[in-house]
Design a protein around this ligand. Structure first.
Ligand SMILES: NC(=O)c1ccc[n+]([C@@H]2O[C@H](COP(=O)([O-])OP(=O)(O)OC[C@H]3O[C@@H](n4cnc5c(N)ncnc54)[C@H](O)[C@@H]3O)[C@@H](O)[C@H]2O)c1
Length: 271
């Protein structure tokens, strides 16, 4: 799909990947861009810069999503492209409190469900459209530092697959964005796993360029890092070896953390 003359709704567009997407899409001469984010101040900054509309929205709240969709239709009468991008993470494994697991479930999975519920029927009725879900490489592989992020991003990939299977023959083009590290505020540079991700990170502008290309080609997976495709292929070919390799990386990260706890420990080993 070409974006010229289209109406585009982007969640999480106030910062990071979403902001770069809005800036890049603006160059395609769309009819309108609506930026929905809980960070209204930054959403308004981006909107002013590119001539878009900013709307405050908590994507984990279905009423907020419905309101944003209605406001977009009131402004432009239709929506052509939906980019469901907002997402959050927490650190830790199964010991993370239920409250955190539930928050990630709501933002990283249910927000996509709410947004598709509010937009897909009209997209189909008007003859087609595009729905992009920002998942993560963690949804194809894993995120060693966060069980809840890995699980919910797998959920996001699963939901994107389901949408595509159910609606592609009715005119809906679904794309699923699965980057590994992207240099945004999302990466916590105090966290050794995020430091590792930052080491292999790409810019949000590069991610936006990859999304534009996939929208043009109407293919499913957006993989800004070619390594992710290789890891994913390897996982499907040799699941046990893949688990073994990731367990090895995990062990090395733990050793590094242990060295940090002992300030005079000497080692040249890096991640
Ligand atoms: N940065 C990375 O390394 C990376 C890697 C893979 C996937 N991702 C995914 O990309 C997406 C964007 O991440 P980013 O790196 O741009 O992060 P970011 O923190 O820079 O931006 C996220 C944006 O989402 C908004 N947001 C968060 N929760 C919200 C909510 N409940 N309602 C409305 N808005 C909300 C924030 O206000 C912010 O503007 C996320 O889904 C993230 O999981 C990021």
């Amino acid at each position: 799909m070409e974006l010229s003359g289209r109406v585009v709704l982007v969640t999480g567009g106030a910062n990071g990947i979403g902001r770069a997407l809005c800036q890049r899409i603006a160059r395609e001469q769309p009819r309108g861009i609506v930026i929905a984010d809980r960070d209204l101040a930054n959403a308004e900054l981006v909107a002013r810069e590119i001539g878009a509309t900013a709307v405050v929205c908590d994507v984990s709240c279905e009423a907020d999503i419905q309101s944003v969709v209605q406001q977009t239709r009131d402004l432009f009468e239709r929506i052509d492209v939906v980019i469901s991008n907002a997402g959050v993470t927490i650190k830790g494994g199964f010991e993370a409190p239920d409250e955190d697991w539930n928050r990630l479930w709501q933002i990283n999975v249910m927000a996509h469900v709410y947004l598709s519920r509010a937009t897909v029927p009209a997209l189909i009725e008007q003859g087609g459209g595009t729905f992009v879900i920002t998942a993560s490489a963690a949804g194809l592989l894993t995120e060693i530092g966060s069980a809840a992020y890995s699980v919910t991003k797998h959920g996001a990939v699963a939901f994107a697959e389901w949408l595509s299977v159910h609606y592609r023959n009715r005119g809906l083009n679904v794309a699923c964005l699965c980057p590994a590290g992207v240099a945004t505020d999302f990466l916590d540079m105090e966290d050794p796993i995020h430091q590792f991700l930052h080491f292999m990170s790409v810019t949000p502008e590069h991610v936006a360029e990859c999304v534009i290309e996939v929208l043009r080609n109407e293919t499913f997976l957006v993989l800004p890092q070619p390594d992710v495709k290789e890891f994913f292929q390897f996982k499907t070919q040799n699941y046990d070896q893949w688990l073994h390799n990731f367990a090895h990386v995990h062990t090395r990260i733990q050793k590094r953390l242990a060295r940090r706890a002992v300030p005079d420990a000497k080692s040249s080993e890096t991640l």
